[in-house]
Ligand binder design. Sequence first.
Ligand SMILES: *[C@@H]1O[C@H](CO)[C@@H](O)[C@H](O)[C@H]1NC(C)=O
Ligand SMILES: *[C@@H]1O[C@H](CO)[C@@H](O)[C@H](O)[C@H]1NC(C)=O
Ligand SMILES: *[C@@H]1O[C@H](CO)[C@@H](O)[C@H](O)[C@H]1NC(C)=O
Ligand SMILES: *[C@@H]1O[C@H](CO)[C@@H](O)[C@H](O)[C@H]1NC(C)=O
Ligand SMILES: *[C@@H]1O[C@H](CO)[C@@H](O)[C@H](O)[C@H]1NC(C)=O
Ligand SMILES: *[C@@H]1O[C@H](CO)[C@@H](O)[C@H](O)[C@H]1NC(C)=O
Ligand SMILES: *[C@@H]1O[C@H](CO)[C@@H](O)[C@H](O)[C@H]1NC(C)=O
Length: 479
Amino acid sequence: MVRGQSITGAVLAAALPVSAFTYQAANPRSYSAKQFSQEFNDGFSVLKHYGGNGPWSQGVSYGIERDTPTGCAVDQVIMIHRHGERYPDPGPRSDMLTSLDKIYSSNITEFRGGLTFLNTWTSYLSDYCLSGQESFSGAYAGLLSTHTHGTEYRARYRNLWDGKSIVPIFTSGYERVIESARSFGEGFFAYNYSTNAAINIISESETQGANSLTPTCDKDKDQKTCGDLTNLMPQFYVAAARLNSQNPGLDINATDVYNLMQMAAFELNVRPFSDWINAFTLDEWVAYGYTQDLQYYYCSGPGDTNMNAVGAVYVNASLTLLSEGPSSGTIFFNFAHDTNITPIIGLLGHFNPVEDLPLDSIPFPNPWSTGNIVPQSGHFTIERLTCNATTTAPAGVHVRLIVNEAVIPFQTNQSGPGYSCPLDVYMSTLRKDMPDYIKTCDVPKTYPQYLDFWWKYNTTTSLNFQDGPIPCADSTTTI
Ligand SMILES: *[C@@H]1O[C@H](CO)[C@@H](O)[C@H](O)[C@H]1NC(C)=O
Ligand SMILES: *[C@@H]1O[C@H](CO)[C@@H](O)[C@H](O)[C@H]1NC(C)=O
Ligand SMILES: *[C@@H]1O[C@H](CO)[C@@H](O)[C@H](O)[C@H]1NC(C)=O
Ligand SMILES: *[C@@H]1O[C@H](CO)[C@@H](O)[C@H](O)[C@H]1NC(C)=O
Ligand SMILES: *[C@@H]1O[C@H](CO)[C@@H](O)[C@H](O)[C@H]1NC(C)=O
Ligand SMILES: *[C@@H]1O[C@H](CO)[C@@H](O)[C@H](O)[C@H]1NC(C)=O
Ligand SMILES: *[C@@H]1O[C@H](CO)[C@@H](O)[C@H](O)[C@H]1NC(C)=O
């Protein structure tokens, strides 16, 4: 439980003069210092209620320690990471500006109530070319968080790199995703990034078929719930009425509230503080978050049965890697989008609700909380563990699943150390019901029929750095 000690040390370091800290550090079992915090507070955070639009936060944990269980060693890690925190895409940006314009064109000279901050606030959306790009300033900046995640994974998985091999890093061919992969790679490899990481860009084109980090499913176009969900939420009407009544002359509606909440979540990606967050109540944030949960659930998750087959591309290939073990490679870092991760998570089932999410009420608790699953910089990690015998489990190979650094027990069997699942049980469980991507999604025979870039990658470092300025607005794939 080193984590508890180091937090205590940091708190003491901040509070005490250097000489006192030296004394405390020499005697960590003082009467006043607590090894473990007794606070869990209420567990509420707005960071869990904006779906995939705002900064990363750690996954809600089940009380399972993140560090490798005693007696086990990780011998292979397979991760898929969403791009880092970013500016809004051109479409949502334009909606945000429309709603802002409505507010400013009301000619109110002094904003009041929940909008008082608007008397001094300035927009962060002025530069169109930054639309969709990674953010780079403030505590939640995307290029900072991906870099930080790289350094954390270096600390955690340092033994998986032999210090000399060239290690591929896989990224789908979208500007912000590529930049995230590079930034993570620089965090992980540090001085060795330019020589020992090899960025492999996997095209997002559908002609990649199953050999892709972003497999598509054409059969998927007509989900009725994938449209505009703003009108479903009475909370947005209440918020509009409140802000209008506080500011005579203002005439925003529920759609504007949705756009402004979206703008608030994104503001945190760019700035360390968003006054817009406080313009809305916690109930309104929960409602906003639920609109996002519905979108992911029905459009890119388990509410759309075809999506299990999409998730199967990655899950099936990862089973092959896990069964081959470290002889096929120890480090597999992959970068793509939120909607490429939710089908994988949906197939594995851990967060799936017992019944389809309702459109006329907000369930509580709602396990399919996308602010907890795919915040910006969200990631899903599979660890292959080789373990010695413990009092409860024989020696063997196990698997642990980790979502945003919270260990997720695999439903079928958690009999291994640290609630891990025996590899053979994990494989047979998933192989039994594995949906067929090629059949389900009518993938043409001329396209690749399974994922094999993990075995056939390039070791060239020529794509490790951006050559020249990034393209204006991230609307097109790069390769
Ligand atoms: C497993 O046991 C062996 C023999 O005692 C020991 O050398 C090794 O370090 C152990 N592995 C782990 C991961 O603890
Ligand atoms: C705000 O002022 C502008 C310029 O005077 C005017 O054209 C516009 O109609 C006013 N808007 C409202 C809502 O009064
Ligand atoms: C990694 O970087 C360090 C520091 O620059 C250097 O000493 C070492 O030789 C590098 N390793 C390789 C394989 O290039
Ligand atoms: C809100 O107003 C915009 C026009 O500014 C309109 O397009 C939208 O449909 C309205 N939303 C609602 C819920 O009435
Ligand atoms: C699963 O992966 C293996 C090898 O990685 C491949 O041969 C097989 O075709 C894949 N199956 C499906 C259904 O994708
Ligand atoms: C989990 O798998 C192990 C190894 O196959 C087995 O011994 C154990 O009984 C299983 N536990 C459950 C709850 O199925
Ligand atoms: C490796 O490079 C070749 C030649 O540029 C390219 O055709 C292939 O798609 C690359 N493979 C990967 C996995 O990036």
